[in-house]
Every structure is written in structure tokens, then in C-alpha cells.
Design a protein around this ligand. Structure first.
Ligand code: GDP
Ligand code: MG
Length: 336
């Protein structure tokens, strides 16, 4: 059974796979988080279908624009439309309504094929210290995501430490300290305006001393000066690698889903600046730009590893491609 058929069965509740209560809860979180995206996308599609009586070239052009407007990415929109042109010819489809399912099928197929070999799980070492670096521009949700993740690992029985290496603003350090209290984990901090690498040095030493399992490092991401940023991140990495040669085990770029194409631009720039191992996509709740995940996977080939679905401490989930696709398209498939 193909991926699309599996998804379709899940849409209609025909799936034979038994879900645990936890899995059901996660899926519901995704569905709620993606509600705005789904509604907006659905409305745009319905408008498109209402405006056209035949599947002609004008229809395809309008479809292309609708998809671009839904933030699935430019290349993806072109690819989908092209695949649809072929399919429509092949199946001799004339009514726009008949192509709705095919559009979703093509989106899901492309999404799956671009994600082959993608590892969405975080690289946590079975033994010894795991170090994760969080990078990204101001306000995207680095500190918040670190706090949420720290809480999850602490609840799972791991010893967690945080490093306040965003020393650029005093407020940034205090904010991490507040999250440390919420998550009940210790924060290693230095002076505001101090050297971030020195804070990381102290944090690694402390983590080793305490035999911690996880060290999460908060950094400042000032993209205004790419060279400075690169140098700073390289310095932090060198300090880490002197003590733990195979670290950092993750360099997670945090991007804000509500910024749509801007998040794509940031991801491209950071990818050129440092070895990003995965993405944290925040604020998926409350945005209609959830289609950005399709663009990220199809065009950047960076795995999304975590998604932020709210401001609360429990609102961070490992990225589940299936749950995401179901959350995105549920209710849009037409009964045949
Ligand atoms: P940083 O500058 O990258 O460290 O960003 P912060 O962690 O300070 O977050 C900036 C704002 O985004 C805060 O008001 C957070 O509450 C909010 N935020 C972070 N993640 C999410 C999310 O997944 N959903 C929502 N709705 N808000 C979020
Ligand atoms: Mg911060």
C-alpha cells in the first residue's frame, strides 16, 4: 500500500493500525495546530474549483498561484502542476472537482519521495553526554524550545543542563533562567556581553563533572553579519570538541513558521554558514503557513526534527511526517 493510500485510510478512519492513546493525542495536537493552514488552503482550493468549469491552461496557472500562495514553495508548486497536467491528460479528466484528490495525492507523493532517508529523530547518544546547539535569529523561539525540550528529557529521567550562550542581551539570559526553573534543570550562565564560548566551556565542564546526559546550548543568532556569526559558532564548536570530539550531536536551526518564505531564506543562509543538522519549526499553531514544511523538505532537504505547537511547556513534539500530512489535508479529500 502506497503512502497516499495509507494517509487516505487514516483520513477516513479506515486504518487498521491500532493507535495508542498517546499517539491519538499527538495526532490531535497536529490537527489542532494545523487547523488554520488547513482551512486557508481548503478555502483557496474551493475558490479555485468554484471559479473554473473546465480543466484548462488558465486553471493550471491559477492552481500554480494558489499553491505558491499556500507557501508550499515555488519549485514544488511548479512540479505539482506539471505532474497534474500529465495526469489529467492521461486520465482524460475534464471537471476541476475530479482533480482535487489528484492534487493532494501528488503533494503527498512528492513529499514522501523527497523525504526518503530523512532522519527526523534527534541524535541522542546511548551513553555519555549529548550536546545540542540551538541557532537562529532573534525571536524565532530558541529559548522556548530549549525549555520545552529540557523538560521532556528531565521527565524522561535524564540529567539535563542548559548553557546561556546568548550573551548578547541580558534579557536573553534571564529568559533561559526562567525556563530552567520551569523545566527544573540547571542553567550555566555568564555575564551579559561576555564571551559565549566561555559560557559553553563552563557548561561542558559542569556537564562532565555531573555526568549529565544532555546539554542544550542557547546561542545568539545575529545574521546581520554572517562572518561574525560563523566565527562565533565555529569558536563554540571548537570549545565543545576539545572535550567531546564527536559533539555537537545536533545543530538545530530554529525557524518561525509564521514568517513563511522568510524562514526559508533564513534556513538557506544558516545552511551556508554552519553545518545545520535539522530544523525546529516553531509557531505552527496560529499560522496559515504550515505548507512551509513541504517547501523545506522538497527544496532545502533539511529534516524537520521538532515542531512547536504552542507556547506551553508541553507544546513541542517530535516531527511526525504522517501526522503532519494528515493534519494538513484532513477534510480536503473528496469522497469518490
Ligand atoms: P528566541 O529569541 O529565539 O530565543 O525566541 P523565544 O524563545 O524568546 O520566543 C519568542 C516568542 O515566541 C515568545 O513569546 C514565545 O512564547 C513564542 N513562541 C515560541 N515557540 C512558540 C510556539 O511553538 N508557538 C507559539 N504560539 N509561540 C511560540
Ligand atoms: Mg532567546
Amino acid at each position: 500500500m502506497g503512502f497516499f493510500d495509507k494517509i487516505k485510510k487514516a483520513f477516513t478512519g479506515e486504518t487498521e493500525e491500532v493507535q495508542t492513546p498517546e499517539e491519538v493525542e499527538v495526532q490531535q495536537k497536529y490537527e489542532q495546530g494545523l487547523e488554520k493552514t488547513r482551512k486557508t488552503f481548503g478555502e483557496r482550493m474551493n475558490e479555485l474549483f468554484a471559479n473554473f468549469r473546465t480543466v484548462d491552461e488558465d486553471f493550471f496557472e491559477e492552481l500554480e498561484e494558489t499553491l505558491i500562495g499556500a507557501d508550499v514553495g515555488f519549485d514544488t508548486a511548479i512540479k505539482i502542476t506539471e505532474a497534474l497536467r500529465q495526469e489529467v491528460k492521461l486520465q482524460n479528466v475534464k471537471k476541476p472537482q475530479e482533480v482535487q484528490n489528484v492534487i493532494i495525492e501528488k503533494l503527498v507523493d512528492l513529499y514522501e519521495s523527497e523525504g526518503v532517508d530523512e532522519v527526523n529523530a534527534l541524535n541522542v547518544q546511548p551513553e555519555g553526554l549529548t550536546i545540542m546547539l540551538f541557532v537562529g535569529v532573534n525571536g524565532v523561539g530558541k529559548t522556548t524550545s530549549i525549555g520545552k525540550l529540557a523538560n521532556q528529557y528531565r521527565e524522561a529521567g535524564k540529567k539535563v543542563l542548559l548553557a546561556a550562550a546568548d550573551t548578547f542581551r541580558a534579557g536573553a539570559i534571564d529568559q533561559l533562567v526562567v525556563w530552567g526553573e520551569r523545566a527544573q534543570v540547571e542553567v550555566v550562565r555568564g555575564k551579559a556581553g561576555g564571551d559565549p564560548a566561555a559560557v559553553v566551556y563552563d557548561a561542558v565542564a559542569k556537564a562532565q563533572e555531573q555526568q549529565a546526559d544532555i546539554l542544550l546550548v542557547d546561542t545568539a543568532g545575529r545574521l546581520q553579519n554572517k562572518v561574525n556569526l560563523m566565527n562565533e559558532l565555529e569558536k563554540i564548536k571548537r570549545v565543545i570538541q576539545r572535550e567531546v570530539p564527536d559533539a555537537p550531536h545536533e545543530v538545530l536551526l530554529v525557524v518561525d513558521a509564521t514568517t513563511g518564505q522568510n524562514a526559508m531564506v533564513q534556513a538557506k543562509q544558516f545552511k551556508e554558514t554552519t553545518d545545520v543538522t535539522g530544523l525546529v519549526l516553531t509557531k505552527l499553531d496560529g499560522t496559515a503557513k504550515g505548507g512551509i514544511v513541504l517547501a523545506i523538505r522538497n527544496e532545502l532537504h533539511l529534516p524537520v526534527k521538532l515542531v512547536g505547537l504552542g507556547e506551553g511547556i508541553d507544546d513541542l513534539e517530535p516531527f511526525e511526517p504522517n501526522d503532519f500530512v494528515i493534519g494538513l489535508f484532513k477534510g480536503l479529500l473528496k469522497e469518490e
